[in-house]
Design a protein around this ligand. Structure first.
Ligand SMILES: NC(=O)c1ccc[n+]([C@@H]2O[C@H](COP(=O)([O-])OP(=O)(O)OC[C@H]3O[C@@H](n4cnc5c(N)ncnc54)[C@H](OP(=O)(O)O)[C@@H]3O)[C@@H](O)[C@H]2O)c1
Length: 283
């Protein structure tokens, strides 16, 4: 991802979504702007779906360095930028738009990077190729998780989703390494796994917990839940009770912002405990 264009005295970026009030990105980027003493701003930008083309195309004219993109615009922005990074193309969604020096727009997806970085925070020697991986879910977030693990060398991804057609569609990213498993058989799919990832919305505040028995999961396996509100989902609590390493979703949220901040403001920021506390306090 190319860093921000020519040095400007004031750098402007933001997050486009509809609604956007729930986004933690302004807190996150605001924390770094003050930590690094950067002259700039990061704004929540509520954009209705039918105004998305105008908003994206207006970024260079308004002097923006770029923007992040959240629900429901991630797939739509893919078609609006001048070039799409290959990782974003495979995921099928853009979460970061960077305005280049010539005013053209490049689309990236940093969720895959953020997911892997959060696993490495928990276990620095983690390598996706060390054993079978179970991914639950086949939505936008699951696609980013799958691409991250494939690019890190995963050889056996067991993918299960309530709606099997959606899992089959995701498996097309790499049919030789992603194997679709019936949702009814998800509990048994944990047998011999090195990592299990919840990328469904189950367990999120306002939703029921994920219905998953960990009985077949080896004690050495890691359990990752990309849901970050609440931080400690029932899945993670159950994993910790039986001695499995557990990774919450906040790390992914924080790390996905690192390459975007660098592109917007020209500084590679650090994911610190203070940042984690500042964002966790908003949950
Ligand atoms: N930590 C982070 O940085 C981060 C980033 C992105 C997303 N997330 C979290 O990831 C989760 C998924 O986000 P997304 O954007 O991928 O959403 P999405 O595209 O709407 O996908 C939702 C997924 O949840 C499944 N699901 C929904 N209700 C279910 C139920 N009752 N039983 C079983 N599965 C169910 C869906 O299955 P069907 O296909 O059958 O509907 C689908 O796989 C959300 O909780 C989101 O907050 C976290």
């Amino acid at each position: 991802m190319s860093p921000a264009a020519s040095p400007q005295s004031f750098r402007l970026a933001g997050v486009i979504g509809w609604p956007v009030a729930q986004s933690r990105s302004p807190v996150l980027h605001g924390h770094w702007l003050s930590q690094y003493g950067i002259r700039g701003a990061y704004l929540p930008l509520p954009v209705q779906p039918d105004r998305l083309p105008d908003a994206i195309r207006g970024l260079p004219a308004l002097g923006f360095s770029g923007c992040n993109v959240t629900i429901p615009h991630k797939p739509g922005v893919l078609k609006l930028v001048d070039r799409v990074d290959p990782v974003a193309a495979r995921i099928g969604a853009v979460n970061t738009v960077v305005v280049q020096d010539d005013g053209t727009l490049s689309g990236f997806n940093t969720d895959a990077y953020g997911f892997l970085a959060s696993l490495r925070d928990a276990r620095p020697d983690f390598r996706a190729g060390t054993g079978p991986i179970v991914i639950l879910g086949a939505g936008g977030a699951a696609r980013a998780v799958a691409v991250a693990l494939l690019d890190d060398g995963a050889t056996d991804i067991r993918l299960t989703n309530r709606t099997q057609d959606r899992a089959q569609e995701l498996a097309r990213i790499d049919p030789s390494r992603i194997h679709v498993i019936d949702w009814a058989r998800r509990h048994d799919a944990l047998d011999g796994a090195a990592l299990v990832v919840n990328s469904t919305s189950q367990g999120m505040v306002g939703y029921p917990p994920l219905d998953l028995s960990l009985d077949a999961l080896p004690a050495t396996a890691m359990v990752s839940d990309i849901v970050y509100n609440p931080l400690e989902t029932e899945l993670l609590a159950a994993a910790r009770r039986r001695g499995n390493a557990a990774v919450d979703g906040l790390g992914m949220l924080l790390h996905q912002a690192v390459p975007a901040f660098e592109a917007f403001y020209g500084v590679r920021p650090n994911v610190s405990k203070a940042l984690r506390q500042a964002v966790a306090a908003t949950l």
